[in-house]
Design a protein. Sequence first.
Length: 98
Amino acid sequence: MKRNNLSKNIILKKINSNLGIPNSFSKKILNLFLEIIVEGLNRDGKVKLSGFGTFKILNKKSRIGRNPKTKTEYQIKARKVVTFLPSYLRKKEINKKN
């Protein structure tokens, strides 16, 4: 199955084509937007964008992992992961197309 990842460059091209602003300006806007989300996650552990969804930090405990080929066990360190839960409106919009 081929992945169709959305890159920053694709977002910048969409901003440029829709708004007609210079690439350098749209890049600053996008980077600022992403910085605001990261700052909010670091400060509060949660960022809610009304009508879009919620980004949340989860703390994963350390655990024992296993290489499936060699069956060798190793320690996976505790870490933080970011999860995203879409808003009710986004879920509804996504499921409407199926």
